[in-house]
Design a protein around this ligand. Structure first.
Ligand SMILES: *Cc1c(COP(=O)(O)O)cnc(C)c1O
Length: 890
């Protein structure tokens, strides 16, 4: 096998197709049984499986070898039975089911490789796998496996099986391919290269700066593995100087170092303890205990303990619907095993600290009123009245309202428009740098406090977070960053997406700042730029910040409920701020301002549990969500009938070419492999989150809103937001391949109905498509604040005192209403007096403010409003017209 080694190509897809491959082998074996003739491809298919299974414990290499033996000896019955059994068990999917099933398997040979997962008389224990990277010869692995198994004890909280590999490359492969791994044990004398020809691994090594692993020392491998999956516990076994290894400053990536010949039991216990440390959910565990205790309550919360519900004839159905535990776990107490969200000192604090560890932050704050509140908290905590915040005008309304509350002055920057689909992309770095340089040239850079952006955007644009922060810090070294990652909290658990998250980039930047070569890089660039570089030069240069001056201050907010298993409104604020001690008290004020004094226990519990899940299976879940997304993209765009009417937009259509330096076109284009994807992740200004899919439906004659309604009402499919001619489909950690099949079937049916109605050739259809796809309104840019709100504004900048405008409208005599379609509007657009918005006007979709308080309205905005065909427009009463501030009263 070593000579004709199969290539390990595209291993994400490999992982995803593991079940399919087993199924195919089972089918071929069945064919063999039935027909007597061994199918040609069977041996090859088993060879391919052998490569994959060596990275898994169950069914793993021994099973494949056994299957191979059965095939060679011509035992078609037994081969078919074994293959079918494996395929069925893998379909079950869940780790403990999988291990359980092996337990039930009676076969004598298999019994040898079966873990005893269920101790007699006990429930099912969670199951994981441990990777052993060993210098021992392969023939020894069987004996090693038995040794590891013998360490199991009935009282162990979890059960695991070992997986053995003998090289650095195979270790990296296993880490990427096998989502069940929870720990890695690294031995010595490990070779570098895989036994397999692995071009994709080599690309990965090159592009993802895993290259250092090629040095081959254990610590370098450990660092490489941590970059792929930071949640893994790493152990090192060494026969040499363990004290020296443990003392190496690089060794902080290791959980423990063991002398290789001693203490296998200690290693076993450490592995279990490491997983237990992630399994622990301090708040939720206590909440469960609390619910079990007999407690009489004399506080104001009648439904606590459920008595007011279950004893009532009239509302008992609520109790039956939600179940007893919901009420047993209700409390307004902050003692007796619970904690206070507003001043956590006990298990909420511990749960938040664990979330910080999991998400790569220094501090985490749980928020129970959604990211809408998280954003307002961060803005209030960090922005003083009069401070300038450079902010994406297209961001969620909580940022705009946060600025009204704090008195911060927005300096709006515009995202690039995707006019054809009536949506915005993200803000080009050029626009941000230009704004910062404008403030610098006006001598007012000290006024700028924060850069506030959405990452990723609703439609899936991910910033090059690291580059944005680096270049901004080169101009203003103490700038604070708020990244609204409402949608993308899950991205931390994918090695592809993590570098594009706020915390991922902050970690990389921190490493960069600590590296002595960074100062050289800065000084080299300074020398090249000379004393007084022109604006053009600064705009055209990828700026390097001065590592001696940078204060790294990064905040991220995420709607844990949008991408992980938290209950609706569960949100987190993640902090990596070297100056946090100086703002901590303000931060607490912001919490006191915005957090309810009656936070919901179940919500806090779910945040704790969501963290546990991601630390133990997030990697596999996110990999699955990405795989599902790729399948949807392929299924829709590759289907002969469906693709005639619908398509999912690729990166090339969602991101203009100038922001894709790598030349990345799309995931499924010819010649794109993961190496290319990685290059795009690292280099491109914007990158498309694969899990967010814009499905164009205008080409099928549907506007977004009606198509969304059709999917919901006729087919029970809920999709995310809509635009004039598209709907947004999102895959997440709960999707399965059946969902892909359902979606495709529905699209096929819709297309058939369109065909029956005459298809694309009728005039009515052509007219509709034309209207939806070409008569699209231009998206209005932010015009400007009225001079009355720019009294301390700079000459070349655009920030404005939105708060004063907002509260001016609180006096009725300051306001007037003018009907949108009136002649008066047209007249005033022509010859004044100026139209000044009194409030926010936010249509859904697109969901960003077309008007903000104090903004002068231009023809663009009015035209857009007049063309808008959506029903929900916050801040606009059609019957009364636009609410304006009277110019003569300012
Ligand atoms: C949903 C969302 C919010 C608000 O989050 P909630 O948890 O719904 O309060 C903020 N920002 C963005 C970008 C969002 O998509």
């Amino acid at each position: 096998m070593a000579t004709a080694a199969p290539r390990i190509d595209q291993f994400f897809v490999l992982h995803a197709t593991r079940n399919d491959r087993w199924q195919a082998v089972a089918d071929q074996a069945r064919e063999w049984c039935a027909g007597g003739q061994r199918p040609d491809g069977l041996v090859e298919a088993v060879d391919e499986l052998a490569v994959l299974e060596q990275f898994h414990a169950i069914p793993g290499s021994p099973t494949v070898e056994r299957l191979r033996g059965l095939i060679e000896s011509g035992d078609s019955d037994e081969a078919a039975r074994l293959a079918r059994h494996v395929a069925e068990v893998l379909m079950l999917g869940r780790g403990s089911d999988l291990a359980d099933e092996w337990e039930a398997e009676e076969d004598a040979v298999l019994a040898d490789i079966v873990p005893s997962v269920v101790a007699p008389g006990e429930g099912r224990r969670p199951y994981f796998e441990v990777l052993y990277v060993t210098g021992q010869e392969e023939p020894r692995w069987k004996a090693l496996r038995s040794q590891v198994r013998r360490l199991r004890r009935r009282e162990d909280q979890f059960v695991y099986e070992p997986v053995f590999v003998g090289s650095v490359e195979d270790a990296i492969c296993a880490t990427v391919i096998n989502p069940r791994l929870a720990a890695v044990v690294m031995g010595e004398n490990v070779t570098l290269h895989s036994r397999h020809d692995a071009p994709v691994i080599r690309e990965l090594l090159e592009h993802a700066s895993y290259a250092k692993a090629a040095g081959g020392t254990g610590l370098e491998l450990a660092r490489a593995l941590k970059r792929i999956r930071p949640e893994l516990d790493l152990y090192m076994l060494s026969g040499r100087n363990v004290e020296a290894i443990a003392g190496d400053p690089q060794a902080d990536v290791l959980r423990r170092v063991f002398h290789s010949i001693e203490e296998p039991v200690e290693l076993h216990l450490s592995i279990l303890e490491g997983v237990a440390a992630r399994y622990e959910t301090p708040f939720f565990d206590n909440l469960k205990k609390y619910a079990q205790r007999p407690i009489a309550t004399f506080h104001a919360l009648p439904i606590a303990r459920g008595k007011s519900v279950f004893q009532s004839d009239w509302i008992r159905d609520m109790g039956e619907f939600y179940g007893m535990n919901l009420f047993l776990a209700e409390s307004s107490a902050t003692t007796g095993g619970l904690d206070s969200l507003l001043e956590p000192t006990g298990n909420i604090k511990k749960a938040q600290d664990m979330a910080a560890r999991a998400f790569g932050a220094d501090h985490v704050f749980f928020v129970t009123n959604g990211t809408s509140t998280s954003n307002k908290m961060v803005v209030q905590a960090l922005v003083r009245p009069g401070d300038v915040v450079i902010v994406d005008r297209n961001c969620h309304k909580s940022h705009h309202y946060g600025l009204v509350l704090s008195g911060g002055q927005p300096s709006y920057v515009e995202a690039f428009p995707l006019t054809q689909y009536s949506m915005y992309g993200a803000v080009p770095l050029e626009a941000i740098k230009k704004t910062l340089l404008d403030f610098r040239d006006d001598g007012r850079l000290d006024r700028v406090r924060m850069l506030d952006l959405t990452n990723c955007t609703f439609d899936g644009h991910m910033y090059n977070t690291r580059r944005v922060m680096e270049e901004c810090l080169a101009i203003k070294p103490d700038l604070i960053f708020l990244w609204d990652e409402a949608w993308s909290g899950f991205a931390h658990w994918s090695p592809f997406l993590r570098p594009r998250t706020a915390m991922g980039a902050a970690a990389d930047l921190k490493d960069w700042l600590a590296n002595p070569e960074s100062l050289d890089a800065y000084e080299r660039q300074q020398a090249e730029l000379g004393a007084e570089p022109s604006r053009e030069t600064l705009m055209a240069t990828r700026l390097v910040p001065d590592p001696r001056k940078v204060r790294l201050r990064v905040y991220q907010t995420n709607s844990t409920h949008k991408s992980m298993s938290a209950i609706r409104q569960g949100s987190m604020v993640l902090v990596r701020d070297v100056d946090f001690p100086h703002v901590e008290s303000q931060f607490h004020e912001a919490i006191f301002t915005h957090a309810s004094t009656s936070p919901n226990q179940q919500l806090i519990g779910s945040l704790d549990v969501a963290r546990r899940q991601m630390e133990l299976e997030g990697y596999g879940l996110v990999m699955n969500a990405i795989t599902i997304a790729l399948k949807i993209r392929l299924a829709v765009n590759g289907h002969p009938l469906v693709s005639k009417y619908f398509r999912v937009l690729g990166a090339d259509e969602m991101i203009p070419e100038q922001f894709r330096n790598s030349g990345f076109v799309d995931y499924l284009s010819q010649g794109v492999n993961w190496g290319k994807v990685l290059q795009a992740v690292h280099e491109d200004e914007f990158f498309l989150d694969p899990t967010r899919m814009t499905l164009v439906c205008g080409t099928a004659g549907f506007d977004g809103t009606s198509f969304k309604g059709l999917l919901a009402n006729r087919f029970n499919i809920q999709v995310n937001k809509t635009s004039r001619n598209s709907v947004l489909i999102q895959s997440n950690i709960n999707n399965t391949r059946s969902d892909v099949a359902l979606l495709l079937r529905v699209l096929v049916q819709v297309c058939r109905e369109l065909e029956e109605g005459g298809g694309t050739s009728t005039d009515g259809f052509k007219r509709k498509v034309h209207s939806l796809m070409t008569e699209v309104p231009d998206l209005p840019n932010f015009s400007r604040f009225h001079d009355a709100y720019r009294k301390d504004g700079g000459a070349s900048t655009t920030e404005g005192d939105m708060r004063t405008a907002f509260f001016a409208a609180y006096r009725e005599e300051n306001c007037e209403y003018v009907p949108l379609r009136s002649a008066e509007i047209d007249k005033r657009l022509e010859s004044g007096p100026e139209l000044i918005s009194a409030n926010f006007v936010i249509p859904y979709p697109p969901g960003f403010p077309i008007m903000v308080p104090g903004q002068v309205l231009t023809k663009d905005a009015i035209t857009f409003m007049r063309k808008l065909d959506v029903k929900e427009i916050h801040g606009y009463e059609a019957a009364r017209g636009l609410k304006l501030l009277k110019p003569d009263r300012l």
